[in-house]
Design a protein around this ligand. Structure first.
Ligand code: IPE
Ligand code: IPE
Ligand code: MG
Length: 264
């Protein structure tokens, strides 16, 4: 799968995207704008190690990149943004890093939500929120409630999220609906099934960006990504900015999406 362009620095860490190498998007060729952009924010640890800093420094800088990205999405007129902040599998990390990450999340919720609300952002969280401390769970619910009427940008943050767990939970919910008589097995279409996913009120992602040069989904939106376009960037997440975001959107707009049909 293509990496749109890269510039390696002398020490071998690939840290920046040479946006000048991205040809300008020609609208006459008919590319559509992305409605929903999803991002796998990867590379915080490598960013910190490259500087001889503790991993938490990379996560902190990563939180700043989240802020820039939300602003970039609003400026670009993207209506839906989903960011993968913490996977179900990330609980396997050492206890110290988990404490650092949950501490950062706690602070983020306490300090950023008011501004997001002001900016017209509606927040949603997907993932196993009951694995977080009760105060964090309360703040997540409050952030969703406080921003419910906002419409400028729909921001979903995936926290302790795993797509296979999400799909298994949807299957259990569908079975329960069959058992209580509200659903007939033959009526369980793809659309009805998607209605049992945590993303039931969200369109599928058009574009999935992953930073840090890794080219995998790591259990992110497996159902929803069926026809997403992928852009893999050789930039570490803490270095990600509006230039990278806009370049990925331009790359998306150059792609031809066929959904299994024939071109032209
Ligand atoms: C992404 O950065 C943040 C989380 C997964 C929580 P990483 O912490 O995975 O950074 P790398 O991949 O080790 O560089
Ligand atoms: C994926 O990154 C999860 C998030 C970005 C939150 P990881 O760093 O956890 O993924 P792997 O382990 O490299 O696949
Ligand atoms: Mg990683």
């Amino acid at each position: 799968m293509p990496v749109i362009s890269k510039a390696a620095v002398a020490d071998g860490h690939v840290v920046s995207l040479a946006t000048s190498a991205v040809p300008a998007f020609d609208r006459s060729r008919g590319g559509a704008a992305a409605t929903h952009v999803a991002i796998i924010m990867d590379g915080n640890g490598r960013w910190a190690s490259a500087r001889g800093l503790p991993r938490i420094a990379g996560h902190r800088e990563g939180a700043r990149a989240v802020r820039r990205t939300i602003e970039a999405a609003i400026r670009a007129g993207v209506s839906w943004l989903t960011i993968y902040a913490f996977s179900s599998e990330n609980w396997r990390r050492p206890a110290g890093e988990i404490i650092d990450l949950t501490g950062l999340l706690r602070r983020y919720l306490q300090t950023e939500i008011a501004e997001l609300k002001e900016s017209g952002v509606r927040l949603r969280f997907i993932g196993e929120r009951d694995r977080f401390d009760p105060d964090i769970q309360r703040d997540l619910a409050k952030a969703e409630a406080d921003t419910r009427t906002n419409t400028r940008l729909n921001l979903t943050i995936a926290l302790s999220y795993g797509a296979r767990a999400e799909i298994a939970a949807a299957a259990r919910a569908a079975i329960a609906a069959v058992q209580d008589g509200t659903l007939k097995p033959e009526d369980l279409t793809e659309d009805r099934f998607a209605g049992f996913l945590t993303t039931h009120d969200t369109p599928d992602p058009d574009l999935i960006i992953r930073t840090s040069g890794e080219q995998r989904l790591s259990n992110f939106l497996l159902w929803q990504a069926a026809y997403a376009e992928f852009v893999f960037l050789d930039v570490l997440w803490p270095d990600f900015d509006a230039t990278h975001f806009d370049a990925a959107l331009a790359e998306y707009a150059r792609r031809e999406r066929r959904f299994g049909a024939r071109a032209g």
